[in-house]
Write a protein that binds this ligand. Structure first.
Ligand code: PMP
Length: 292
């Protein structure tokens, strides 16, 4: 059976889920989105995702008529319409249909789309053995431009970096910021472990403040592992004891090789494995119930 997609107040079969070619999300990348996940009948950190989405909506001044509470219901209803308990949810809010000019005032009504489906980012085997990654030459957006804290529809830099990974025959690329510090990957945040401490780039490194990142920080702190949010260089990454990535789609995945250098002995580290296990437990027990 075809999945049903929410578009502006209606649920339509996937094949009929279409928006105008004059939509400014399509013409100009004028919009924001979210990627959310449901596990075992519960939506993980739904409030945090909706808050981040609405922060983006506010920042780019889209006049959304739906309240946060209504958006929550739309997301839950999309899961119910599709009888899903485990899913990846994509919410896209664009400026809406306008004319060929870029003036947002020509778009009277935002377009709201919610899709609930499945996603696999990396093969299962990589969760056990770890990923190989490269550093891309394409930089992360500067915060003074389209701030990476916003999940905007402008992912071209990240796609350029992903293409560099593809060219190099690996699945993921690390993006640096304009100061040459490690920022994040194309769709994931990055952590290293050094001398028993967890280190991840700070907000002002120009990153998306990942909801998985925040969950992993909490888990580490609960385990008594010190967490530092600070800048680090590629050298510190090459010489780290452990490395892993976090994201809604990726969850927590080890990195064992960066630009041809093995991370420690080239096997997923002890702290990484503990956090993978703890995160797996957390998502099963926490979250907004879909079916009440
Ligand atoms: N950075 C970027 C660029 C992303 O696209 C994502 C995934 N949405 C993340 C980090 C991870 O964020 P989250 O844990 O909230 O999915």
């Amino acid at each position: 059976m075809s999945i049903k997609v929410y578009i502006n107040g209606e649920f339509v079969p996937k094949e009929e889920a279409k928006i105008s070619v004059f939509d400014h999300g399509y013409l100009y990348g004028d919009g924001v989105f979210e990627g959310i996940r449901a596990y075992n009948g519960r939506v993980f950190r739904l409030k945090e995702h909706i808050d981040r989405l609405y922060d983006g909506v506010k920042s780019i001044m889209i006049n959304l008529s739906e309240t946060k509470e209504e958006m929550k219901e739309i997301i839950l209803q999309t899961l119910r319409e599709n009888n899903l308990k485990d899913a990846y949810i994509r919410v896209v809010i664009s400026r809406g249909t306008g004319d060929l000019g870029l003036d947002p005032r020509k778009c009277p009504r935002p377009t709201v789309v919610v899709i609930a489906d499945k996603i696999t980012l990396y093969p299962q085997e990589m969760y056990e053995n770890g990923l190989k990654v490269i550093t891309a030459t394409t930089r992360r957006n500067i915060p003074e431009g389209v701030n990476p804290q916003m999940k905007s529809l402008n992912y071209l830099n990240n796609i350029m970096a992903k293409m560099e990974a593809n060219q190099a025959g690996v699945l993921e690329a690390i993006m640096l910021n304009n100061e040459n510090y490690v920022a994040e990957c194309t769709g994931d945040n990055i952590f290293i472990v050094k001398n028993g401490k967890l280190i991840t780039p700070p907000t002002y490194a120009g990153i998306l403040i990942g909801i998985t990142r925040n969950a992993v920080i909490e888990l580490a702190e609960n385990m008594g592992i010190p967490v530092l949010e600070k800048n680090f260089t590629r050298h510190e990454l090459f010489t780290a004891d452990e490395c892993f990535l976090t994201g809604t789609a990726a969850e927590v995945i080890p990195v064992v090789n960066v630009d041809g250098r093995l991370i420690a002995d080239g096997k997923p580290g002890v702290i990484t494995k503990k956090l993978i296990a703890a995160f797996g437990e957390l998502v099963q027990k926490e979250g907004e119930p879909i079916y009440k």
